[in-house]
Design a protein around this ligand. Sequence first.
Ligand SMILES: Nc1ncnc2c1ncn2[C@@H]1O[C@H](COP(=O)(O)OP(=O)(O)O)[C@@H](O)[C@H]1O
Ligand SMILES: O=C(CO)[C@@H](O)[C@H](O)COP(=O)(O)O
Length: 499
Amino acid sequence: MKYVIGVDLGTSAVKLLLVNQNGNVTQEVSKSYPLIQEKTGYSEQDPEQWVEQTVAGLSELLQEFEGDAQDIEGISFSGQMHGLVLLDDENQVLRNAILWNDTRTTPQCKEIYEKVGRERFIDITKNMALEGFTLPKILWVKENEPEVFNQARLFLLPKDYLRYRLTGQLHMDYSDAAGTSLLDVSAKQWSKEICDLLDLDISICPDLVNSYDDVGSLLPDIVQETGLAPTTMVFAGGADNACGAVGSGILSPGKTFCSIGTSGVVLSYEETGDKDYEGKVHYFNHGAPDAYYTMGVTLSAGHSLTWFKDVFAEKEDFDTLLSEVSTVPVGSNGLLFTPYLVGERTPHADATIRASFIGMDSSHRRKHFVRAVLEGITFSLNESIDILRKNDKQIDTIYSIGGGAKNKEWLQIQADIFDANIVKLASEQGPGMGAAMLAAFGSGWFDSLQDCANEFLEEAEVYEPIKENVEKYKQLFESYKKVYRDTSEINSDLMNYRS
Ligand SMILES: Nc1ncnc2c1ncn2[C@@H]1O[C@H](COP(=O)(O)OP(=O)(O)O)[C@@H](O)[C@H]1O
Ligand SMILES: O=C(CO)[C@@H](O)[C@H](O)COP(=O)(O)O
């Protein structure tokens, strides 16, 4: 039997999947690393920890692997998007990586619009200038840490740095490059115009490759440390959402997924890169050949539930915390939650907004808060679905992936709020599976990613919307949307009290 490995470099952990030629996940390893949050709005990680934990995870995987290491033909990567890794002329990391959920760069986003022009910027990058994206982070370092910036020769994204440390080769794939705000998304090339207008040397941008391209082999010391074979081919991989799309079969028009990980994403396949969504949703290059996708992002989706658990139920696991959700009625007895713990992206690009519980009543118990958190996260994702539907997308079936797809009640809540059939796949590890599929396709096992999806992906369960709940949620969604409008000014005042 032959195998491939999918490495998903997530925000909370790196997850490794060993997948055989039939698409079965035969081994899984997960290794976590911390976030570094020095101030409100800051979110960083030490790239060295990504490398250490991935190498440790690969060694563990290989120790337990009963086959011959040479049977593992390929490895590829899925990575948390947008994170800035700056390298000097000896390819040494210059500072901690600044991550996708770091929102310190509001002034730099303004500067981008001032110098490039909002319309022109969206025309080239197909996206708004958002705090989480990479370009404003580069400008922040340039302005705030000139001694660091002056040494910077190249920037990479998280999984590209990890791959560099495993292979010694420097590249970035199109799907991840699309999230930097420096790529001309339709033309698939770095934008010299944006670099020039912002006084950046275009040589800071790495060489571009396809997600399924063979980019070299493992370094001898990595082979030795992990037990992998030197013959294992390394494929570039892609942005976690592009890989999630591959790994849940979003490979043709009309297909949509909802992913609830640390962030939450609603993503839909696009055949071309030339539609005009005016930046209302993200519009990026796919991991599949010549394809694109649109998506809306809830910054704090699973993160809201994790936050609630850490603060109010530290010692419980998610299954215990969620065990009473089905005993709470639709609408959590009048308790509403908005998941803006770290600001928001879609539909409100707003780094200042913060979360709310509205409607607290002395009858409410912890279980009401838990259901309200699940409903609030799902309402937020429904705002993205709303935008896509208003742009003539037909969304009647949604593939649900990520940690949030582990809970049956939550899957039913998704079906009822989205008013769509929710399909849970046999593996909810979309991005890791997508990375493995890129390695399988790159290794020549299949003629196309679609053929690979036909072989690898299996629908496990379908959740249908319950009419009565759909109606109740439709009304509540209108109240949910008012919370942003009515709390944004208060939250902006409260900024003065945050440190
Ligand atoms: N058993 C569970 N039931 C419901 N939600 C869960 C469960 N386990 C984890 N989650 C949610 O999934 C999130 C993690 O999802 P994951 O896809 O692993 O994230 P990431 O790739 O961002 O690290 C957690 O933040 C949590 O909210
Ligand atoms: O910023 C985005 C997408 O634009 C996030 O989706 C990140 O890519 C990280 O996601 P997770 O760690 O939640 O998977």
